[in-house]
Design a binder for this molecule. Sequence first.
Ligand SMILES: C[S@@+](CC[C@H](N)C(=O)[O-])C[C@H]1O[C@@H](n2cnc3c(N)ncnc32)[C@H](O)[C@@H]1O
Length: 283
Amino acid sequence: MPSTPSEIRARILNEWTAAAQGWRAWEPHIIAFTWPMTQAIVTGLQLREGHRVLDVGCGIGDPTIGLALAVGATGRVVATDPTEEMIAAARSRAASFRLSNVDFHVTPIDDADFPDASFDAVAGRWSFIFCVDIASQLARAHRWLKPGGRIAVGTWTPQEHSPGFEAINSALNRVADIPPLSSTKPGRLQLADPGQLESALSRAGFCGVKVAPVPLSILASDGDQFWRMMTEMGGSLHAVVSGLTPEQRRQVREETIAAVEPFRDGSILRIPALAQIGTGTRS
Ligand SMILES: C[S@@+](CC[C@H](N)C(=O)[O-])C[C@H]1O[C@@H](n2cnc3c(N)ncnc32)[C@H](O)[C@@H]1O
């Protein structure tokens, strides 16, 4: 029976709650893997000292911390995430950098509201993509921006550009009947297809929309570390792998490890992944 939007939303929130511990455990790897995206978001938002920024679905505090550093002590970042444990990690990280210009809120963005024209910038790094109705969330973000305010939305590109993700998914599909990820449904690949992010931002009312690829490298000491990192951090992947039999899990793990070994660069694996960033302005 098809799931209702509220059932899909509840499933996604449960998946991220289950993955939060993995995000805490793999923090150094996440930062090393994602820093070009943080950089692209901070630059794309054209931030200045004193700006007020909303970070949607901030996870364990990225790009929140980069945003807070960019707007300085006179600026403010409002960082939201539906997962209590993600926010707890983000709070500790912000405190460790002695940042006092971040307000954290535990909430899905769908349930949050802000006064019109209350932010200079909105960031959403791989977070809007998990919203059941992404079009209306982008339209609401547009309303929360001041005229001239900027948005930066991070999504993935089609999976064939990210061979590590492709390796796990292909191996999974060989052992189990996994519903395919879709570029039109909430999940990792929402808005991944060419042209989708650009048209979603334009339809939400943004002007001067630009979409640029952001090449990333997933760093791991070996295939086993890559496997553990991905399965402990991936919202839906964590759930899917937990549902496999021990024999299926062994097979998927071994095939994944073999498929990423060609990306060895000396003592580490450097596995490419291709994200993209869409930026635009509220006129
Ligand atoms: C892939 S993680 C990205 C976290 C962080 N932005 C980063 O780039 O490191 C996705 C995040 O989106 C959050 N999320 C899921 N559904 C959401 C929703 N409806 N509104 C806001 N955030 C959501 C999850 O809790 C999770 O922290």
